[in-house]
Design a protein around this ligand. Structure first.
Ligand SMILES: Nc1ncnc2c1ncn2[C@@H]1O[C@H](COP(=O)(O)OP(=O)(O)OP(=O)(O)O)[C@@H](O)[C@H]1O
Ligand SMILES: O=P(O)(O)OC[C@H]1O[C@H](OP(=O)(O)OP(=O)(O)O)[C@H](O)[C@@H]1O
Ligand SMILES: O=C(O)c1cccnc1
Length: 488
């Protein structure tokens, strides 16, 4: 999709500093040295207790097409340093031109619930390649994960209603609109108004009509009648252009005409005013006229909090049209995902663990070649344990430590059921993973959310789901921090 929009390869969709570092790695002979990077976030968005991973499919498409075109190289040749001389020497550009993606990638499947500090994606390969991919991978995964999470929150509020995504007009440009439509669908929406997303992603498309339709006629009734005449099987009438209650009555008149012709009134839409009061009144009028099955759609700057409030007020809304606050993730417009080096092979071919120190414990990265083990019981997910695949205790007795409070331990034994979340996606640059159909991913989100304790799903002061470090990894991390701090 993006390729067609920009008509170019997307390998330059990265920050300049990735390329200058790549050049440095190449000049210093390190370009091909193996590195491990992890993509993770540190804090759930929207003050919530869970996050829904999304964007892997886009990352896979991106990586499959990775490589620098002649035009990319030509452009890079024009970049200059402060002396006006080319930034990159020709041999480096030649190296880039011949570069083919060679990394191993592991990732959690889209639609998985994930928690702070767990790798959503782990990439191993020549450091030059891993480095160049930092920005695009974050770009692809941060946004879609954010929107899928926002959508999942709205689904939690209205588990039995229809959710329509109406955001394209307010989205952050074409790609923001497209990826938001896809992520919203995965997160729990039923359909989108975005027709291109329908075409490209196989998402159901749905819609009503705008105020302009009503305003273009002499009166509202004529507008409704005309719409119903030409689209008798797609009639949801927007009733608030002039007077909502009168609008509902006009919709009922048209509903009766539709019935006389063997059709029905699908719905009415409320787009302003007190949506609780108006939906209750509209429901009464519709029911009294025998239109019990006619839907009441509401739209107007909705978000999960207004939806919850409307539900509490007894609103009779069964279809929610949500745009701006969903596709822009209005109250938190970015997920703070990061991408950090966690291991590097030295000149002798041995892995060395790496951490980034920070004054804030939460920002000190975790070393190693990480995997995430999710323990569950009959009630659902119990805890996640990050471990190093090279050095993990036997499942008979595994101790996990809270990285922020080493006095807090948990022990698991062979009776504990678990699953390792990171799946192989690419092996030596070749895709080994089959992307599931979007419907499967969408279902996965709901199945995963159902495994979470209610307290983790709630919006206000949610519980913190336990995520710990396997003891060997905790010890390795602690030792490395002490060594770096002590200069030993
Ligand atoms: N009963 C309600 N409880 C809580 N929030 C509501 C209720 N009814 C509507 N809202 C929300 O309150 C906001 C009202 O928006 P606004 O002040 O722009 O009024 P409006 O009715 O949309 O007016 P306009 O005619 O300009 O569209 C919207 O976000 C809407 O979803
Ligand atoms: O409110 P959102 O969640 O973004 O949902 C989409 C909105 O887009 C449409 O109107 P538009 O906002 O273009 O015009 P309006 O504000 O005058 O209704 C529609 O009527 C919704 O209100
Ligand atoms: O179909 C609708 O009602 C619709 C579509 C986009 C934005 N607002 C409403």
């Amino acid at each position: 999709m993006i390729n067609r929009l920009y008509d170019t390869s997307l390998s330059l969709l990265t920050d300049l500093y990735q390329l200058t570092m790549a050049y440095g790695y190449w000049k210093s002979g390190k370009a091909e040295q193996q590195a491990v990077f992890n993509l993770y976030f540190r804090k759930h968005p929207f003050g919530g207790g869970f996050t829904v991973a999304c964007g892997l499919s886009s990352a896979i498409s991106y990586l499959n097409e990775y490589g620098f075109s002649t035009k990319d190289i030509k452009y890079l040749r024009t970049l200059t340093g402060s002396d006006g001389q080319p930034l990159f020497e020709e041999d480096f550009l030649e190296y880039l031109k011949n570069l083919s993606f060679q990394c191993d990638v592991y990732a959690v499947p889209e639609g998985t619930v994930v928690f702070p500090n767990e790798p959503l994606l782990r990439i191993t390969g020549p450091i030059l390649q891993c480095q160049l991919l930092e920005t695009p991978l974050l770009n692809l995964i941060n946004f879609q994960t954010l929107i899928a999470t926002k959508a999942a929150r709205m689904r939690l509020v209205a588990p039995h209603d229809a959710l329509l995504e109406f955001g394209l007009r307010r989205a952050q440009g074409p790609d923001g609109g497209m990826t938001a439509s896809r992520a919203a669908y995965i997160g729990g929406f039923d359909a989108t108004s975005n027709v291109l997303a329908g075409k490209l992603y196989g998402i159901p498309v749905k819609g009503t009509h705008a105020h302009s339709w009503v305003m273009s006629f002499e009166d509202e009734l004529t507008a409704f009648e005309t719409y119903a005449r030409y689209l008798p099987n797609n009639v949801t009438l927007l009733v608030d252009t002039y007077d909502t209650i009168k609008g509902v009555k006009n919709a009922i008149v048209v509903g009766e005409q539709l019935r006389a012709r063997g059709h029905d009134l699908g719905g009415i839409r409320l787009d302003s005013g007190d949506l609780a009061y108006l939906s209750i009144e509209a429901r009464k009028l519709l029911d009294a006229a025998g239109f019990e099955n006619t839907s009441i759609v509401a739209s107007n700057d909705l978000d999960e909090y207004i939806m919850a409030s409307l539900k509490n007020q007894g609103a009779k809304i069964n279809v929610w049209g949500v745009g701006t606050k969903l596709v822009t993730a209005y109250d938190q417009p970015a997920l703070g995902g990061v991408y950090k080096l966690s291991a590097f092979k030295n000149g002798k071919g041995e892995w060395e663990n790496k951490v980034k120190l920070s004054e804030q414990t939460i920002k000190t990265s975790t070393p190693g070649i990480q995997q995430v083990r999710r323990y569950r019981n009959e009630k659902g997910f119990v805890a996640d344990m990050i471990f190093d695949v090279r050095n993990v205790q036997e499942p008979e007795k595994v101790t996990m430590i809270d990285p922020y409070d080493f006095t807090r331990h948990r022990t698991f034994n062979a009776n504990h059921a678990y699953e390792d979340l990171l799946q192989p996606i690419f092996s030596a640059g070749k895709q080994t993973y089959e992307i599931p159909p979007i419907e499967e991913t969408k279902l996965r989100v709901q199945q995963q959310l159902a495994q979470l304790h209610e307290g983790i799903r709630r919006f206000v002061n949610p519980h913190t789901y336990p995520v710990g470090l396997e003891k060997n990894l905790f010890d390795a991390k602690t030792a490395l921090i002490l060594k770096l701090r002590g200069g030993e």
